[in-house]
Design a binder for this molecule. Sequence first.
Ligand code: SF4
Length: 137
Amino acid sequence: MLVDLRRCIGCHACSVACKVEHGVPLGEFRMRVRWMERPDDGRMAFLPVFDGESCDYGRDRARFGLEPACVNACPTRALDLIEAKGAPAEAKPLERPGSTRADVLYLAHEPWQETKLNAGAALHPEDEDILYEQGPR
Ligand code: SF4
């Protein structure tokens, strides 16, 4: 999976499409979008991540020539399932994948995002689950 973070607007269309396609229960995710505050100016940044255990990049859909539900739903074409050999040279995996599949390649990700991702507690509070997933607070 190639993720162009310059295009991601954090809309969650990908994670919602994934949940609908695969019937993923509340509170569980095969892929999700982490929201993070930039350390320099507090603006939000977004990092789609893919679960190494459950995400199979839409194998069932591929049998019918369809792209993964997340890719199909993304309004900005931030996601693309590509042949590894076709990846742009500047696309990189996270150094310590942890919360995402090791074969996800990111364009324009910055080191602080990975630090926050692995720290967990430093994520933006709204990131933990999208609101409709959380139910009453
Ligand atoms: S659908 Fe696309 S733009 Fe929206 S959060 Fe997912 S990757 Fe980002």
